[in-house]
Ligand binder design. Structure first.
Ligand code: SAM
Ligand code: SF4
Length: 477
């Protein structure tokens, strides 16, 4: 572990013991990546990560505000820390990310023992801000500007782009990494808080992304997932020629040592023929696309401001299926959007049944303050109906996922071994052969027995048994 003392540590006198930091992450892959990058910054500033709040000098929550449930979890965790702070006033407690940007001062009102509130666009300043709290300046609230108050593009600049270099120790698996290619979102789907809390859409320069992926590959990383809220609208105009996602994939495909590339999340409107062909033709790009449909009802899609109809979604899916036979496509759906009738819901069921997604994430609509849907439409679908629809869609999807998994029985798949399974991690160490988990190029989870040293390798396995979520195999060495 790197323990050089620089940055924040040069300005004030510090204890010689490394300061210990605990980071808990809620939410999407973008948040997981932000936490990894924050950890990289804190390692450079001399901190040591720990996995228990009791041993931490700094306790950070990287939060999500996409649904109410995610926020409730954080407020409960903060509540539990109230007496800890009373007993250990030196411990620093921070709320980072989307909920910080959304709730602002409310966090300090509801949890006055919090020392730091930092929006996702200010995370670059984390070590400096912690040092200021240590120096007695807290509580500190550091946020990007409110999107609705934009004057001459100042909001964009207030969301700092921050993708610092990192070593493999900040990732759970050395051979796998996420790389952000875009920040923010300009789609303003009426239900969604993301454009407000993550700011305007900004694409990173392609050169910078290529250099980052090259560094990762040199460091032993085999698989990279490119991240963006609407990753397929990636557009770098900083050079002489505009670089779109298909072009970027072409460049990354050339990087020596890199074996797998995928990208999430795609927006149906930006899936182009060029992009589908790039996925088909570039050998390192996984035939895997996450393209949320959200609803099968044109009326609801319009109220959501998604910018496509169910018919257009079907056309896009047909083109993917025709061009890349065997591609794994996954989706998100929201049930119980305001005014969703039985007929609207039936149309969603129809789309789900037809589309044969590898899997789908199904969410109950959760009104988000300051979004258009929350301001304009009454949350009029009773929770009981939302729950029923959610469960029914899950049952239908699970049956499809099982049928899809069954097509794998007896076949060989290439997997990247991620390490011991959850069950194996709970057992005492010592066995030479343990249960391991790997992932296929299409993001299917494969469980098999083998020595732990296989972690990080790409191997062939023969699938012997399946359930809806997991393939069970035998490694072919
Ligand atoms: N940018 C991605 C996209 O457009 O699909 C996903 C962003 S969002 C973090 C992930 C998923 O959360 C969305 O696809 C949507 O299904 C769900 N979601 C967003 N806002 C929601 C809300 N207010 N209530 C319920 N689900 C929501
Ligand atoms: Fe939210 Fe829509 Fe943007 Fe996805 S595309 S982040 S759902 S506003």
């Amino acid at each position: 572990m790197e323990k050089c003392r620089r940055d924040a540590y040069t300005t004030t006198s510090r204890p010689l013991m490394p300061r210990r930091v605990y980071i808990e992450t809620v939410g999407c892959q973008m948040n997981v990546l932000d936490s990894e990058l924050a950890t990289a910054d804190l390692l450079r500033a001399g901190y040591e990560p720990v996995d228990d709040t009791r041993h931490a000098d700094v306790i950070l929550f990287n939060t999500c505000s996409v649904r109410q449930h995610a926020e409730d979890k954080i407020y409960s965790a903060l509540g539990r820390l109230k007496h800890v702070k009373r007993q250990h006033p030196d411990k620093i407690i921070g709320v980072l990310g989307c909920m910080a940007q959304k709730d602002r001062q409310t966090i300090l009102r509801r949890a006055p023992h919090v020392d730091l509130v930092i929006g996702p666009g200010q995370l670059a300043r984390l070590p400096e801000l912690i040092a200021r709290v240590e120096a007695g300046e807290g509580p500190i609230v550091e946020l990007s500007l409110d999107r609705r108050a934009d004057v001459h593009g100042t909001v964009r600049a207030s969301f700092l782009q921050h993708d610092p270099p990192r070593t493999a120790e900040v990732r759970p698996i050395r051979q796998q990494a996420m790389v952000r290619i875009m920040f923010g979102c300009d789609k303003f789907c009426t239900y969604c808080i993301v454009p407000a809390v993550r700011g305007p859409e900004q694409s990173r320069p392609a050169e910078e992304i290529v250099a980052e992926v090259r560094r990762l590959a040199e460091d032993g990383c085999l698989a990279v997932t490119l991240l963006g809220q609407t990753v397929d609208s990636y557009r770098d105009t900083s050079g002489q020629q505009t670089v779109r996602l298909a072009d970027l994939l072409g460049r990354l495909n050339e990087i020596e040592g890199l074996r797998r590339l995928k990208f999430v999340t795609s927006h149906p409107r930006h899936i182009t023929t060029d992009l589908i062909r790039a996925v088909r033709d570039l050998p390192k790009v996984s035939p895997y696309l996450h393209v949320p449909a959200q609803s099968g009802s044109d009326r609801i899609l319009k109220l959501m401001q998604r910018g496509y109809t169910a018919g257009k979604y079907r056309e896009m899916l047909a083109e993917i299926r025709e061009t890349i036979p065997g591609a794994a496509v996954t989706s998100d759906f929201i049930v119980g959007f305001p005014s969703e009738t039985d007929e609207d819901y039936r149309q969603t069921v129809e789309l789900l049944r037809e589309s044969r997604f590898k899997n789908s994430f199904i969410f109950k609509y959760s009104p988000r303050p300051k979004t258009k849907a929350a301001e304009l439409y009454e949350d009029d679908v009773p929770d009981e109906i939302k729950r029923q629809r959610n469960n029914e869609l899950l049952t239908i999807q699970n049956a499809i996922s099982l049928e899809d998994a069954q097509t794998w029985a007896g076949r060989q798949a290439e997997i990247l071994v991620e390490g011991p399974s959850k069950a194996a991690r709970k057992r005492p160490l010592g066995d030479a052969t343990i249960q391991l988990v790997g992932r296929t190029v299409c993001d299917r989870i494969v469980v098999f027995e083998g020595p732990q040293e296989l972690t990080g390798r790409i191997l062939p396995v023969t699938i012997e048994k399946v359930d809806a979520f997991t393939l069970f195999g035998r490694v072919d060495l």
